[in-house]
Structures are given as structure tokens and as C-alpha cells.
Design a protein around this ligand. Structure first.
Ligand code: SAM
Ligand code: SF4
Ligand code: FES
Length: 348
């Protein structure tokens, strides 16, 4: 399955049927000769199914406190070098109000798994932000079903919880104390409760194979996910994975483009981690299948303290600067900033 005719036939099959076997996905992910054709096919599918508009979601990183200990993450509880913070509800609401004033239609509330924000506190924050007319995406980790239910009842629209890897043994090695089966159960609960479901993978974690990345994409399809965030693993010097190689920009965008080909109508962000590895990373990702960007709307020193990995972009910039910067980049490639809430429209 490696000669020219076969690879081009596989790209055409992916583009026209949106179905590939695991072996076929692997063949395309390892091919380096026809990457340009592969990315062009993902870009055509993006345009055909979700159009030229780019949805902006304003990201509020409201707490860097975490009870978990994921080996790859700078916020892990054993990282004593982190200066921990949590934003009060009024500050979160203030940042959401400003996000609205910059023209964002969605805010993403992201944090470590921080028990200080109990159900009542989160429900109150969600309700107040909903009064602004914004869509809300939550990215706050694993919770019991009844907690997800309470968030949903309060008005949260979407939930992001990356599976990180579908290799169960690898997941449980890198996320000590956590259970892969429970993570899948959380994703199922989120889906059943009527959230738009977001998941995704970390590309390049030590021990991951191309076969397991192919499994990841098939998993996204089996879950009928509405949003998929794929990003490179970037080693953090203050974690046990400090000396590891990390993921590459190219492979991350290949997994992302494959996701667009097989789940043609979903929302796919050009991730911050991609641009942290490549100065043109988000624009390139938007030309390889992505249709969403999540600019940071957190203000002040907090941006620097939410340091998952080194080299994170925008940590010294203001929300206003990021808004005009990303708008310029989007318009610079002939695309347009969307003015709708940007929910998935099922077409496939
Ligand atoms: N605590 C929540 C969770 O884990 O789902 C949400 C916040 S967590 C910081 C968001 C994502 O950051 C994770 O799903 C993980 O994929 C990503 N991440 C963590 N450490 C990273 C690293 N070193 N390089 C790239 N991405 C990383
Ligand atoms: Fe905590 Fe999420 Fe980082 Fe894991 S990835 S340590 S759960 S913030
Ligand atoms: Fe933050 Fe460009 S998006 S500086």
C-alpha cells in the first residue's frame, strides 16, 4: 500500500466516502510523499462541509489548581514550581463580559480539576454567563454524571474532555490514578446529556504508535464527536516527561486532517500548541482542515501561570491584541470570522 497510485487512491477514498480502515489510516499517516495532496483534500472537505467561516471561542483559564497528576502536564499536582491561582466568580464573569464585547459568541471555561469550584459555584457562573447570550464550553475534567447533569441544566452547551490516547495501558501509565474506562464513561455521559461533545488526542506522547493514533481517529468517529482537538505533546521541564522528544507539528496536523476527512462536518480547532511549535501553526492548521480558533481572553499574569508546556503563545499579550491578531491572520488567508454561535450542523 505504498506506491503512488495506492496513496492517491486512499486520499480520494477518504475524501469521497469519509471511511477508511485502520490499515489505510496508518498508510496515510506514515506517507510523507503525498502530504500536500492529503492536506489539500482535508481543506476541500472542510470547505464543502463547514465553509470558509472560522469560529472564535474566547478561552478563560480560570484555575491552574489540579488534583490530578498527569505526567505530561505542567499543572499536575506534584509540580511545586507552579504559583497556583483561581479566579473568583466575579472575575470570570468580567472576562466573559469582555469576551462578548470583543465579539466572541462562545466562552470556553477551562481549568485543572479544582474541587474549590463545587457544583453550586459552577452552576451560578454558568447561569450568569448564559444571561449574556454566550454559548458555554466547559473543559474542567472528569465529574460524576449528576454533576455534568447540573452543568447542562444550568445551560452549558459543550464539553471538552480529550481521551488523550485510546491506548488504555499508555493512558493509565501517563495519567496515574485515573481510569481510561471512566474517561470513556464520562464522554458517554456528556453525549447522552445533550452537550456537544469534544474530545481529542495528544500527539507524540512517549510510547504512542501510529497505529494507536489511527485508533484515536476511529474512536472519534465511533463516538460521533462534535469537536475534536488534536495537539502536539510539548515536554514541560518541570514534569517527569521533561526529557522526552515531544510531538511534531507535521504529525499533529496530519492526525487533524485525517479527522476532518473522516468526520467531515465537525468543528476542529487550530490548537494553541500547534502554533507554539510553528509560528504559522494556526493558519496552516486552518488550511489543513481546521475551522475554529480559541483565542485567550484571560487577562494579566494568569496567562503566564497557566503553563501546561513551555513556549505557549500569547502569554504576554492582551485579549484585545489577540482578537485583532487572529482576525488579521484569518482574513489574510481569505477566510472570514463567523458571527454565529458555531454549533455543529450535521451534514455527513
Ligand atoms: N483538566 C482538564 C482536562 O485534563 O481535561 C482540562 C485542562 S487540561 C490542561 C487541557 C489539555 O491540555 C489536556 O487535555 C491535554 O491534552 C493538554 N496538555 C496538557 N499538558 C500538555 C503538554 N505538555 N503539551 C500539550 N498539551 C498538553
Ligand atoms: Fe490536571 Fe488536566 Fe493537567 Fe491532567 S491535563 S494534570 S487533569 S490540568
Ligand atoms: Fe494572541 Fe496572536 S492570537 S498574539
Amino acid at each position: 500500500m505504498t506506491d503512488k497510485k495506492d496513496i492517491l487512491a486512499l486520499i480520494e477514498k477518504a475524501e469521497t466516502t469519509h471511511e477508511l480502515t485502520k490499515d489505510e489510516i496508518v498508510a496515510l499517516l506514515i506517507d510523507t510523499e503525498y502530504e500536500a495532496e492529503f492536506f489539500a483534500a482535508a481543506d476541500r472537505v472542510r470547505r464543502m462541509y463547514v465553509g470558509d467561516e472560522v469560529h472564535l471561542r474566547g478561552l478563560i483559564e480560570f484555575s491552574n489548581t489540579c488534583k490530578q497528576n498527569c505526567l505530561y502536564c505542567g499543572l499536575r499536582r506534584d509540580n511545586k514550581k507552579v504559583n497556583r491561582y483561581r479566579l473568583g466568580p466575579e472575575t470570570i464573569l468580567d472576562f466573559a463580559t469582555k469576551a462578548k464585547s470583543y465579539g466572541y459568541r462562545t466562552v470556553v471555561l477551562q481549568s485543572g480539576e479544582d474541587e474549590w469550584f463545587d457544583v453550586a459555584a459552577m452552576v451560578d457562573i454558568i447561569k450568569k454567563i448564559k444571561e449574556l447570550g454566550l454559548a458555554i464550553t466547559l473543559s474542567v475534567g472528569e465529574k460524576p454524571r449528576e454533576v455534568y447533569q447540573a452543568y447542562r441544566d444550568a445551560g452549558a452547551d459543550r464539553y471538552l474532555l480529550r481521551i488523550e490516547t485510546t491506548d488504555k495501558a499508555l493512558y493509565e501509565k501517563l495519567d496515574p490514578g485515573m481510569s481510561w474506562d471512566n474517561r470513556v464513561k464520562c464522554l458517554q455521559d456528556i453525549k447522552e446529556l445533550g452537550f456537544e461533545l469534544g474530545t481529542g488526542s495528544l500527539v507524540g506522547i512517549p510510547g504512542q504508535t501510529i497505529e494507536s493514533l489511527a485508533d484515536d481517529v476511529l474512536f472519534f468517529k465511533s463516538m460521533d464527536a462534535d469537536m475534536i482537538g488534536v495537539g502536539p505533546f510539548i515536554p514541560n521541564p518541570d514534569t517527569p516527561l521533561a526529557g522526552e522528544a515531544g510531538g511534531t507539528f507535521e504529525l499533529s496536523t496530519k492526525v487533524m486532517a485525517m479527522t476532518r476527512l473522516l468526520l467531515p462536518d465537525i468543528n476542529i480547532p487550530a490548537t494553541t500548541a500547534m502554533e507554539s511549535l510553528n509560528p504559522q501553526g494556526r493558519v496552516l492548521a486552518l488550511q489543513r482542515g481546521a475551522n475554529v480558533v480559541m483565542p485567550n481572553v484571560t487577562e494579566g499574569e494568569y496567562r503566564q501561570l497557566y503553563l501546561l508546556y513551555p513556549g505557549k503563545i500569547c502569554i504576554n499579550d492582551t485579549p484585545a491584541h489577540c482578537r485583532s491578531c487572529i482576525t488579521g491572520k484569518i482574513q489574510g488567508i481569505g477566510r472570514k470570522v463567523a458571527e454565529t454561535h458555531g454549533f455543529r450542523v450535521k451534514r455527513a
